[in-house]
Design a protein around this ligand. Sequence first.
Ligand code: AMP
Ligand code: ZN
Ligand code: FE
Ligand code: FE
Length: 282
Amino acid sequence: MVDLHIHSTASDGSLSPRDIPPRGVSCSLHAIALTDHDSVAGIPEFLESAAACGIPALAGVELDTQFEFTDLHILGYGIDIRNQALLEALAWIRENRTARNQRMLDKLSTLGYPLELSDVLEFAADPETAGRPHVAQAMVKRGYVHDIREAFDRFLGDGKPGDVPRTRLSATEGIQLIRNAGGIAIWAHPRAKFSGSSLRKITPILAAAGLEGLEAYYSNYTPTKMREVLRVAKEMNLLVTGGSDFHGTCKPDISLGRGMGNLRVPDECWAHLLERLNTRNR
Ligand code: AMP
Ligand code: ZN
Ligand code: FE
Ligand code: FE
């Protein structure tokens, strides 16, 4: 069992990159990958800790990209975290976050729920990766909402009155950025938000842009969704990966490796990913 989709305090998770590998060991995981949103800042610490714990680990990242009228998440595995183009693009995305956070706070203030930027940054280990989850926590602390879920349901979810869309790369740009940094691009949780027919329509377009796989195992998939993703990957000869999307206490119902309880990502996902990376770097 492995977990290839994990967030730390380098984005919106609650465990530090250093604390994730020991947790992986205690959960009996055979390999892990850190995939923070728009940041590779946690990777050195994560890999160092993984080596000390003796758990195989891979550098990763999760990019929130634009595809047609919606957002689509791309995971990048085995990226070179010193790649200049990648670092510049991530820095640009994070700079845009700061302006966007202020616009969200302006909207919330107009709605009668004033917050300062400092209230939000209190919940972000790295101010540059602060976003909606941190605004949600600040709203809970002020007593505006009972919990993070209510903050998203009423104010911060996509298209809700406090939400401001982020500046994004296109899906094609995101995939190419990952490839050019030596990584493998995987479509994250394709059946979490997209229908089965969208999956069949969009996958060939992304594959033509350089996508190499689909995330077939994921916390909130039904068995039917999982089988559907596996089938499309097989038909198109794509890799399959999987992970919990663990965020720690920020998403308390998802546990490392096991998701909502039934997740089990096979070791062969890890083996195939490494095989592909090794043939590339030879
Ligand atoms: P942002 O990058 O600032 O747009 O925030 C996106 C993050 O918010 C996602 O990665 C999730 O961790 C979290 N998120 C999005 N929608 C919800 C929701 N409905 N409930 C709880 N967390 C959410
Ligand atoms: Zn997140
Ligand atoms: Fe995602
Ligand atoms: Fe994620």
